[in-house]
Structures are given as structure tokens and as C-alpha cells.
Design a protein around this ligand. Structure first.
Ligand code: FE2
Ligand code: FE2
Length: 318
């Protein structure tokens, strides 16, 4: 995935663009104003919501993890999905479960460092969303019985972490946590804040999370598996589009304000995208031509690149 490039494969750009217009049809997704869902973003134009509008959208887009009934999912997981496939699915599930927990824990200092009250209020809603996403995965693991012998949230996080690769730890535990720790000590460092938002909203949520979410949701829909998981995960994805819309808004405003911030965005992207690329590759894939959930490595990376390219054009950086 390279910032600002259309795609790496012949059918990649067109394929990703038509996939994105299908995703934009899902309920409430286009409303978030994420440029990745707007075709006009290919020309650098998008309708971006303001911070207060994003807050108001959050009030309208509430959902409850406790409303989901996982009984069909339990049967699917234990009786319809083969053991080998369960093992392959564990990489995606673990990356999301741990990823949601990490971003919940790291967002506080970013919220506090945001320069305006409107931005801080929106980011406070995002902390609540990320906590809800952790609860969603915890409930899925618990109700479906994904891990034997792990009976509480801490035990599940500990056990599921074993399925992740080294790049995941590098991105979340070193790059993200290191920067957020520095920002917590220096909340007036706006350039560092710009780096944190680039890493969090553009790379982790924008390039990684939404790519994984899309392919996992689509695969389960095609296979007719895990219906409650799919319902909840679509709500998670819609929340993520709203979070990313905030990130694009914020970085657009900052990029206009100062050349230093434009450089900070580009520097952060150049540093983080190669690692994010490796996170997309599952640890059991030996070669570069792996296939997961019916999609090739190239298709997965082309989708992530197309999303990123549209957002960067809107920010004015591509
Ligand atoms: Fe999340
Ligand atoms: Fe998020």
C-alpha cells in the first residue's frame, strides 16, 4: 500500500472503486462523510462533516452489544466451520479484539491534546465507541466459545494475542504507544498530535481496520455464517468510517494551517505504511500470494490503497 497511488494491480483500482460504491450503500455509511466512500474524492472533493455534525451523527448512530443474539453463530463456529478455517479466522479476530483494546486505551491523551472543545467532545464519543467495540468482541468470544479456558476479558486478550504477528506489536505497542506516551507528557505539541492522528485514524483505522472489516463481513455474508457477528461488525465498521471522517477533517484543517503539519502527516505515513502492510499479511502465509476470505493479497492491498488515496486527495496531499 503506497500513499497516493491508485493501485498495484491491473483491475485493482476499478475493482476497489466499485467495491467502495457497494459499501457506501450500507445503512448510515455514506452519512459519515468518509471520503473513501465518495467517488468525487478521486478528484479531491468531498463533503466533510464538521466536528459538531460528527458528534450529532454519533448520537443518531447508537447500538448495543447486548442486543445481539449469538446462538446461530455458536452453532456455525463449532459445527459448520472446519478447524483449519477456524484457525485461519483467528488472525483477523485476534487483530481486531486486541486492536480495539489498544485504541481504547491510547485515545485519552489524543483527546486531551486536541486544540478545540468541539474536537475533544467528538474524540470523547470515540473513546466510548472503541470501548463498545472491545465489549462486542468479548461478547462474541464468550457466547460462541472461541477460546477454551479463558473466562474473562483479561484472559481472552492474553490468549488471543498469541495469534498475532510481530508487525502488529511494532505498530501498536511501539509506534502508537510510544507516541501517545510522549503526547500525554506534552499535550501542547500539536505536531506530535498530527502524527498521532495520522497513525491512529488514517493508518490503523483507515488502511487496516476497514480493509479487514470489509473482507471479513463480505466473506461471512457469502458463506452465510456468523449472522450476529456480521450485524455487530457492520455497526463497528460504520463507527470506524465516522472516526476516520473526523481524522480527515482534522488533518485537512491542520494541513491548511501550517506546512509543518503537512510534512508531519507525510512523514508518519512513510514510516507506518510499510509496517501496516505487514500487519495485513497473516502470520501463517509463507508466500506473497496468499488468499484469505476468497481475496488475494493484491486485491486486499489495492483496496487499502484506494481508500487511502481518496482520503489523502481530500486532505490535499496526493
Ligand atoms: Fe474501533
Ligand atoms: Fe475507531
Amino acid at each position: 500500500m503506497e500513499a497516493g497511488t491508485e493501485s498495484t494491480t491491473a483491475d485493482g483500482a476499478g475493482g476497489a472503486a466499485s467495491t467502495l460504491s457497494e459499501i457506501a450503500q450500507r445503512k448510515g455509511f455514506l452519512e459519515t462523510s468518509d471520503p473513501a466512500l465518495q467517488e468525487s474524492a478521486d478528484r479531491g472533493e468531498a463533503n466533510l462533516l464538521g466536528y459538531t455534525e460528527l458528534y450529532e451523527l454519533w448520537e443518531r448512530q447508537q447500538w448495543r452489544t447486548q442486543d445481539l443474539d449469538f446462538s446461530r453463530d455458536r452453532t456455525d463456529w463449532n459445527e459448520r466451520i472446519e478447524p483449519e478455517e477456524r484457525l485461519q479466522r483467528m488472525y483477523g479476530l485476534s487483530a481486531f479484539f486486541i486492536g480495539e483494546q489498544r485504541v481504547t486505551d491510547e485515545l485519552g491523551p489524543i483527546m486531551r491534546a486536541a486544540p478545540t472543545e468541539e474536537q475533544r467532545i467528538f474524540l470523547s464519543t470515540q473513546i466510548a465507541d472503541e470501548a463498545r467495540h472491545v465489549r462486542f468482541f468479548n461478547r462474541f468470544y464468550q457466547e460462541v466459545g472461541v477460546l477454551e479456558g479463558a473466562d474473562d476479558l483479561a484472559a481472552r486478550l492474553r490468549t488471543t494475542k498469541e495469534h498475532l504477528n510481530d508487525a502488529f506489536a511494532e505498530l501498536f505497542d511501539v509506534m502508537l504507544k510510544g507516541r501517545v506516551d510522549r503526547l500525554a507528557a506534552a499535550p501542547e505539541d500539536t505536531e506530535l498530535l498530527v502524527e498521532c492522528v495520522t497513525l491512529y485514524h488514517m493508518v490503523i483505522e483507515g488502511a487496516l481496520a476497514l480493509t479487514g472489516q470489509h473482507f471479513i463481513i463480505e466473506y461471512n455474508e457469502e458463506q452465510n455464517t456468523l449472522p450476529a457477528f456480521v450485524e455487530g461488525f457492520q455497526n463497528v465498521a460504520r463507527d470506524e468510517h465516522r472516526h476516520i471522517a473526523f481524522g480527515v477533517r482534522f488533518l485537512t484543517d491542520m494541513a491548511k494551517e501550517d506546512q509543518r503539519y503537512r510534512e508531519a502527516i507525510q512523514r508518519m505515513m512513510a514510516e507506518a505504511l510499510p509496517i501496516a502492510d505487514q500487519v495485513l499479511d497473516p502470520p501463517w502465509a509463507q508466500e506473497d500470494d496468499w488468499e484469505l476470505f476468497g481475496y488475494s493479497r493484491d486485491e486486499t492491498h489495492a483496496f487499502a490503497a484506494q481508500c487511502l488515496s481518496r482520503r489523502l486527495k481530500v486532505i490535499g496531499l496526493a
